[in-house]
Design a protein around this ligand. Structure first.
Ligand SMILES: Nc1ncnc2c1ncn2[C@@H]1O[C@H](COP(=O)(O)OP(=O)(O)OP(=O)(O)O)[C@@H](O)[C@H]1O
Ligand SMILES: O=c1ccn([C@@H]2O[C@H](COP(=O)(O)O)[C@@H](O)[C@H]2O)c(=O)[nH]1
Length: 309
């Protein structure tokens, strides 16, 4: 007979205990008067065969992980990506290439994008985020390496918010709904001095309209002014992994490889905690979500209910 990895009543009691402790914090907050109405929490353990919580959560989000590759123009992003794809099977989404495809397909935005590119300026988020979303949806892969994006703060928030909005996860909340922010798993930053970047781009020889000294200067300016703050933002969240890119292509890839190899394989056959916090309907929402996701609810409790009038 197959052994079950479901939590035992005892382990559940421990976990539920920790949940209760967490919820006690909420209770204190609401008791302090910052509320208006009834709050209830429904928690429980559920499982789906062969999936872990991570897979499940990522399923809802639509991907297993996203890596952003953010660094100066010419630092080697496009060179390293095919190697990552070959070795780790992720999908490489290069926003610069997606924009170039728009130009070449003579879409309605093509001319405008071409002008931004010639000027080394950042194309508006509503265009890039849409292209990215579409590419992600059309991909069978659930592991994405997003190359050269987000270029500025506006790109970053647009991407995180839009992706999140289409994937409202479980949760709920009180005066509105809770939207889960989507952030990349990690951000790879290829560190390379400006002179080397310029030299590499000038030697690239791929016929790009923006590989000339005048546009390179503008691109570098935009990079330092707009993209570096995004890298700093992710760095403050502990997500950035810096790689010395002023070495040979193979040496750089050795470092890239070790970062990707660290990714934990998705655990199988685990149980997951499903939490719904809301007003009176939380238990209905809990069960509906469970059903919708094809989860088998292993235990369930209506943890806390407070009438604050
Ligand atoms: N480690 C390296 N050492 C020397 N040259 C390199 C290295 N990595 C890449 N190059 C070369 O530098 C040029 C720029 O590299 P690549 O196109 O990969 O940069 P990129 O970061 O994708 O640039 P962009 O952001 O402008 O698209 C290419 O000609 C590439 O062959
Ligand atoms: O998110 C993005 C990515 C690119 N652009 C524009 O395209 C060019 C070329 O991009 P590379 O990544 O260097 O190939 C860039 O200078 C921008 O004009 C963008 O606007 N937004």
């Amino acid at each position: 007979m197959a052994t079950s990895k479901f939590p035992t009543q005892k382990s559940l009691a421990g976990r539920t205990g920790r949940m209760e402790a967490g919820l006690a914090g909420w209770k204190r907050n609401f008791s302090a008067g910052n509320h208006c109405g009834d709050i209830c929490f429904s928690t429980g353990w559920a499982k789906r065969e062969g999936d872990s919580f991570l897979t499940w959560a990522r399923d809802i989000e639509g991907s297993e992980f996203e890596f952003f590759l953010l660094s100066g123009p010419g630092s080697g992003k496009g060179t390293q990506c095919p190697k990552i794809v070959e070795q780790f099977g992720s999908a490489h989404l290069c926003v610069g290439d997606l924009l170039q495809a728009e130009i070449e397909s003579e879409s309605e935005n093509g001319t405008m994008i071409q002008n931004f590119k010639k000027e080394g300026k950042i194309v508006p988020s509503e265009i890039t985020v849409k292209l990215l979303q579409l590419a992600m949806q059309q991909s069978d892969n659930k592991r994405f390496i997003i190359d050269g994006f987000p270029r500025n703060e506006e790109n970053r928030t647009a991407f995180e918010n839009i992706i999140a909005m289409q994937n409202i996860v479980v949760l709920y909340f009180y005066l509105g709904h809770f939207v889960m922010k989507i952030e990349p798993e990690r951000v790879l930053f290829f560190d390379c001095p400006e002179e080397e970047l310029t030299k590499r781009i000038l030697n690239r020889n791929q016929g790009r309209v923006d590989d000339n000294i005048e546009t390179i200067r503008k691109r570098l300016e935009v990079y330092f002014e707009s993209t570096v703050p995004v890298i700093n933002y992710y760095n403050s969240k502990g997500k950035v992994q810096k790689i010395d890119a002023q070495r040979s292509i193979d040496e750089v890839f050795e470092d890239v490889k070790s970062i990707f190899s660290e990714l934990k394989p998705v655990a199988k056959d685990e149980d997951m905690l499903l939490v719904v916090i809301g007003r009176k309907e939380s238990s209905t929402v809990f069960l509906t979500i469970g059903l919708h996701l094809g989860l088998e609810v292993m235990s369930y409790s209506f943890n806390y209910y407070a009438n604050h009038g």
